[in-house]
Write a protein that binds this ligand. Structure first.
Ligand code: MG
Length: 384
């Protein structure tokens, strides 16, 4: 029996890498569902290649004739009805939360590339997974690394998580240079090839901020210990995907070329380890370096710790305000450092409350409107 796979965000960056793993493993995997938000033509091409798979177009109410499900509600129905053994969630942003919940509700294992699911609702989705006996397998490369390391060395022995960051394309820029950065500069990532949102997040280190929150929630780090346990280290080559230190002081690293197919392969085959055919590392050509992140130049990083510290709903605000600010930056409405200003202003409001799905949705939408008014104020300033 082949493992039945549903791939959400099939026409995006994670989707394309996942398709390569599926094509290499045709005897092992059977694709049962593909979704895309708006790429109707891309989805139709997948339908032609995998004629037995259902197709869902979440961002439209009509489209190609082969597509059986439309709109966000249609996508949730498709997930519940597809009979998958594992759902790969490669949807970008907060829109990935409801599909993650739909997969877990149906008791389907979740290979999770959508970090917002954990950032916004980590404790809720983990409790749901436990109740439905479904697994959450991280596909974010850092969290896949930490997950693999903890499997071998034991969660009970963990002392610290050393979360590596590439530092992004502006690692060596001055504050002054950062104010003049344009969207097209930020879209050139030095080591990873990804979608626009995550590439900007990588340039601002918001991606690492989200990953600190993701690690805290995924690996159950007590709130009071987060600042000590989760440490971010800049590693420009993106070869070491993260490290853990154990109680005895020894440190273990997970290492590979920067290629998302590795964590995807790991999640899809879990708990097996299977030949991939991916090119491996040539140590003769390798120089690895590490440095401290510059929190003054990249305030999105300390803001993430601040959000974690402030209360359960603040990470939702951090994520929502950042999504609004990044969209505004991509449209050249605000400057690069304004992204962090928009998020900091949103976090200053009172977001006390219990982590429940309704509260998450309401907080997400209120944080977005607050961030939009900050964007409108800032966008009157000239961009040089
Ligand atoms: Mg990552």
């Amino acid at each position: 029996m082949r493992k039945k796979v549903a791939l959400l965000g099939a026409t995006g960056s994670i989707g394309k890498s996942t398709l390569d793993v599926l094509r290499r493993g045709k005897d092992v995997f059977e694709a049962v569902l593909f979704s895309s938000h708006t790429d109707s033509a891309g989805l139709e091409a997948l339908g032609a290649e995998f004629p037995d798979a259902a197709l869902a177009l979440s961002g439209a109410e009509q489209g190609a004739s082969r597509v059986g499900y439309f709109g966000s509600e249609g996508l949730l129905q498709a997930i519940s009805g597809c009979g998958a053994d594992i759902v790969v969630n490669g949807i970008a942003g907060a829109a990935g939360l409801a599909p993650s919940i739909a997969a877990l509700e149906s008791g389907i294992d979740l290979a999770l590339a959508n970090k917002e699911t954990i950032v916004m609702a980590g404790p809720l989705v983990r409790a749901l997974a436990e109740a439905k006996k479904a697994r959450i397998l991280p596909v974010d490369s850092e969290h896949s690394a930490i997950f693999q390391l903890l499997e071998v060395h034991g969660r009970e022995n963990l002392a610290t998580i050393l979360l590596t960051a590439s530092g992004g394309p502006f690692r060596t820029y001055t504050q002054e240079q950062l104010t003049r950065v344009r969207a097209q500069d930020a879209l050139k990532h030095p080591t990873w090839n990804m979608g626009a949102k995550i590439t900007i997040d990588s340039a601002s280190m918001a991606n690492k901020g989200l990953e600190v929150i993701e690690a805290a929630r995924l690996f159950d780090i007590p709130d009071a210990a987060i600042a000590d346990v989760i440490q971010v280290i800049v590693h420009p080559q993106s070869i070491v995907h993260s490290m853990i230190s154990l109680k005895d002081g020894s440190i273990y690293a997970q290492i590979s070329r920067p290629d998302m197919r590795f964590p995807i392969q790991n999640a899809l085959y879990y708990p097996e380890n299977a030949p991939s055919g991916f090119e491996t590392l040539d140590f003769k050509q390798l120089t690895l370096s590490f440095e401290q992140p510059d929190e003054e130049k990249f305030p999105m990083l300390p803001l993430a710790y601040q959000a974690l510290n402030a209360g359960a709903l603040y990470p939702v605000v951090y994520n929502a305000a950042n999504e609004v600010a990044v969209a505004a930056f991509l449209m050249e409405q605000i400057r690069f450092p304004d992204i962090a200003h928009v998020v900091a202003l949103a976090l200053e409001h009172n977001w006390d409350g219990k982590l429940e799905l309704d509260a998450i949705r309401e907080t997400d939408s209120r944080a977005r409107s607050i961030a939009k008014s900050s964007v409108n104020t800032l966008s009157f300033l000239p961009i040089m």
